[in-house]
Ligand binder design. Structure first.
Ligand code: SF4
Ligand code: SF4
Length: 235
């Protein structure tokens, strides 16, 4: 069996490096909007020791506009650039194909319990509606491991220790390992895998796509997470 533990550790370390680099890039973008302003000549009463993007600036302070402009840039123009990069990754997926290994039908994971998924489906969540229309929860993790030992171990190694995930299988997979209702399969099957950060089974035909796009996808995710952080702090 492949050493999934080492591979998962390598990916975590790689993400840390990518995240640190992304944080520097985003900070550089933010600093482009920093006013070239000399506080010493300012007459506005203020007790900000050293202007930083997270400081509380008094009204009419030029640094206040810095926060507004930087946040607007990150959430509009910069986010639009990230969307274009994501689209190009998904375009490249078209060069790869499903080889009908059936693993994603035998094993799907979700952070939501069957009850939570049902509730989300009732509230109109399309993904949950499609998911619950085909997937059934496994009775035990032992059963998951017996059906898909490699994929199960790969997923387990990539999960955080305190992470709670639920395992499901599709009731439409036939004994011949093919979809018994292929023409009517939902979009979640047609679109699988929906992003290159997804952990795929070693038998998946999209694995080379995932590997070629993974670094860029991690970088986009890091930048999106950072933008969400700045939005929360400055918004
Ligand atoms: S509906 Fe068909 S393609 Fe989709 S998970 Fe089930 S068996 Fe696989
Ligand atoms: S895991 Fe990949 S190759 Fe296997 S059935 Fe799913 S999409 Fe196709």
């Amino acid at each position: 069996m492949a050493d999934y533990g080492t591979e998962a550790e390598r990916l975590k370390e790689e993400y840390k490096v990518i995240f640190t680099e992304a944080a520097k890039v985003i900070r550089h973008e933010i600093d482009k909007f920093k006013p070239d302003y000399n506080c010493k000549i300012c007459s506005i009463p203020c007790d900000v020791p050293k202007p930083d993007i997270f400081s509380m600036f008094p009204p009419r302070c030029p640094y206040e506009a810095w926060q507004v402009k930087a946040l607007s840039y990150l959430t509009n123009e910069y986010s639009a650039k990230l969307k274009v990069s994501k689209k190009s990754i998904m375009e490249k997926k078209k060069d790869y194909h499903c080889n009908k290994c059936g693993e994603c039908c035998k094993l799907a994971i979700s952070g939501y319990s069957p009850m939570q998924l049902k509730q989300r489906a009732i509230r109109g969540d399309k993904f949950a509606r499609e998911f619950t229309s085909i997937y059934i929860p496994y009775d035990s993790e032992e059963m998951v491991e017996a059906v898909c030992p490699d994929y199960y171990n790969k997923l387990k190694n990539c999960m955080d220790e305190d992470e709670r995930l639920y395992f499901y299988y599709c009731r439409k997979l036939g004994a011949d390992n093919l979809c018994s209702d292929y023409e009517n399969r939902p979009d979640i099957c047609k679109d699988f895998p929906r992003n290159p950060l997804k952990i795929l089974p070693d038998t998946c035909g999209y694995l080379p796509w995932r590997e070629s796009a993974n670094k860029l996808a991690m970088s986009i995710k890091a930048r999106e997470d950072l933008i969400a952080f700045y939005k929360e702090k400055l918004g």
